[in-house]
Design a protein around this ligand. Sequence first.
Ligand SMILES: CC(=O)SCCNC(=O)CCNC(=O)[C@H](O)C(C)(C)COP(=O)(O)OP(=O)(O)OC[C@H]1O[C@@H](n2cnc3c(N)ncnc32)[C@H](O)[C@@H]1OP(=O)(O)O
Ligand SMILES: O=C([O-])CC(=O)C(=O)O
Length: 375
Amino acid sequence: MYFPGLEGVVVKETKICYIDLENSKIYYRGYDLEELARLSTFEEVTYLLWLGRLPGRRELEEFKARLAAHRLPPPHIATLAKSAPPSAEPIDVLRTAVSAMAWGEDLSDKSPEAELQRGLKITAAMPYVVAAFDRARRGQEPVHPAEAGSHAEYFLWALRGERPSPREARAMDVMLIIYAEHSMNNSAFTAVTVASTLADMYAAVTAAVASLKGPLHGGANVDAAKMIEEIGDVKKVEGWVDEQLAKGRRIPGFGHRLYKKGPDPRLRVLRELAKGLAAERGDFRWVEIAERLEDYVTAKLAAKGIYPNTDLYAAVIFRYLGLPVDVNLPTFAISRVAGWVAHVLEYRQANRLIRPTEKYVGPLGLRYTPIDARG
Ligand SMILES: CC(=O)SCCNC(=O)CCNC(=O)[C@H](O)C(C)(C)COP(=O)(O)OP(=O)(O)OC[C@H]1O[C@@H](n2cnc3c(N)ncnc32)[C@H](O)[C@@H]1OP(=O)(O)O
Ligand SMILES: O=C([O-])CC(=O)C(=O)O
């Protein structure tokens, strides 16, 4: 049996995420994602994904305190973030930093508690790393706003050097909830594949960040941001799309391996979030471009099973939040690490080395010719 792209292959049993394609719903641990996005926080959702249930008030406060205690990374990581060349891509700086977090730690203990603690340290430190690098490349000193209340607020504050408005912090919080988990996507599978060798959490998450980078996966949120910027005016949408398709190019923020019969369910939340931010700023330009893109590309490509995905509106929301375009991608990682850690912890409960097979289609029986006789 051969399944290109492993399409349709079940690699594990899970209690983490369920995507109900029939009814266009996503559930984290049985909870409707739209309800979580409305009522919950990233910290609560992370606890839910990792530990399988919603925390009580005291448990949540303890969990938040543990995260807060690890937001400022060890000195070698802070130095790495500050001293990476300004031309580096922020996602590469983050990937290297996650890998370097393993330095100096005794990694022999692979118990769930030890691996969860590593996942927590990575999750906590990611915002500082991304923000410190972004500030350093603009000639600014890093900031560590210890008084920030939430992970989302901390990230925006560390990035900008100023406290974001409660509405902005909440918009980022909702983005982090929405992006946190999405079943056996490429980066989650990558994390699980690495973890299945019994390599540690740092190794698994480093590999997952590398997977996220590709433009067919998380990298699309950067390409989508560049697209809306290049289009620039809602009246230019049709011409831009026609030109790209005529050149045989794909439209970023469209298409999905799972959503072949309708749009990504997460769009319902994200469209409203984008409109709210647009109204607050009195600037509807970006959301109008996204809506026109949705209509036009869907009309052209729905017959092929192409509909808008999360990255289209993530690009719009991050634009309203003032993120530098290439920071969109590590922001996805800042959220998705919650899902990666959850999958690693779950897979380890019944670990089996992932080792698929392949179908050999090359020649056999070739005879070795000495190099001087090869012409
Ligand atoms: C958060 C996330 O990671 S969501 C995904 C983010 N990625 C993107 O937005 C990048 C653009 N999208 C894509 O490249 C793809 O849709 C993927 C990789 C996401 C999914 O790919 P697959 O399930 O493998 O779709 P597949 O490649 O079979 O596409 C089917 C057809 O639609 C076309 N197609 C797929 N996506 C697009 C697109 N975005 N724009 C135009 N055409 C597309 C393909 O070229 C193919 O056409 P063909 O049948 O004429 O050859
Ligand atoms: O599920 C996928 O293949 C890609 C995706 O939307 C995600 O990871 O959020």
